[in-house]
Design a protein around this ligand. Structure first.
Ligand code: BTN
Length: 258
């Protein structure tokens, strides 16, 4: 597969996205870790780092993210939003919509969003998002946020690792320049939605793609787990579920599965 390269990516960028800084590297521990280091040394927004391979790709909840060479997109945005800590949770949902829209536009395949940060195609996870933020010492403001995106384009040689072989899927490398085009469309989405994040104009795009709506799910919260029916997201992207006793609950954070 082609490597990510800045010149090709810029060919697909909309006018208002051209001002972002793009850097590509062959290998890194984690693009999120590197952007966090750069954020701490004063790097400005909007900056994007893309790696061909990560040796220590990070997922949510302390998991790792398999990041072999030549099969995926591994990249992180550095943003310095003028937000409160609670508002920066919308960066994840916004980026999920940007990624879903980019994959659909480039590949023509329908995507779903598994609450809160995973993109699925045909019931398989093809992309995940990890947002990490640093707050001011009085915890009133966000100093910086690093939003990392991983997309599986093709299956690694020898297949996915055992732990994810039943979940992981790929978007496919079926159109010319798939990788650079998906990267560019994600950037276009971020440059469109990020300046107006508070309007949450991406809410419909999220809700319309919500995976397992009306379906039975298993909810894991800390050490407890229970069954529920997935209803929808609320205005703030919390998950509305119906419990087995017929009551409704709104979840701020949880791990859901079927
Ligand atoms: C998840 O599925 O749990 C989130 C995965 C996020 C992976 C991306 S790949 C680029 C960036 N760098 C990392 O170390 N993680 C994110």
């Amino acid at each position: 597969m082609q490597k990510a390269d800045e010149k090709s990516i810029r060919r697909y960028l909309s006018q208002n996205a051209q001002s972002i800084k793009i850097e590509t590297v062959d290998i890194i521990d984690s693009t999120n870790d590197e952007m966090k280091r750069r954020a701490a040394s004063g790097e400005k927004e909007i900056s994007l780092l893309i790696a061909e391979r990560q040796t220590k790709g990070r997922g949510t909840r302390g998991r790792s993210f398999h990041s072999p060479e030549g099969t995926g997109i591994y990249m992180s945005f550095l943003l310095r939003p003028d937000y409160t800590p609670s508002e920066c949770t919308f960066l994840t949902t916004m980026t999920a919509v940007c990624t879903a829209e980019a994959i659909e536009k480039v590949t023509g395949r329908k995507t779903n969003i598994k609450w809160v940060n995973d993109i699925y195609i045909e019931n398989r996870k093809v992309s995940g998002i990890l947002t990490q933020s640093h707050f001011s010492s009085d915890l009133k403001r966000v100093e910086w946020s690093v939003v990392g995106i991983g997309v599986n384009i093709t299956e690694p040689e020898g297949g996915f690792p055992k732990e994810i072989e039943n979940i992981a899927g790929t978007v496919g490398n079926t159109v010319p320049d798939t990788k650079n085009r998906i990267i560019a469309e994600i950037i276009n989405g971020v440059c469109h939605y990020y300046p107006r994040l508070r309007e949450k104009t991406f809410r419909k795009g999220y809700s319309d793609r919500l995976l397992w709506r009306d379906g039975k799910i298993k909810v894991a919260q800390g050490d407890k787990s229970y069954e529920a029916t997935l209803v929808d997201i609320d205005e703030d992207f919390r998950l509305k579920v119906k419990l087995t006793d017929g009551s409704e609950a709104v979840l701020e954070s949880a791990d859901i599965s079927v």
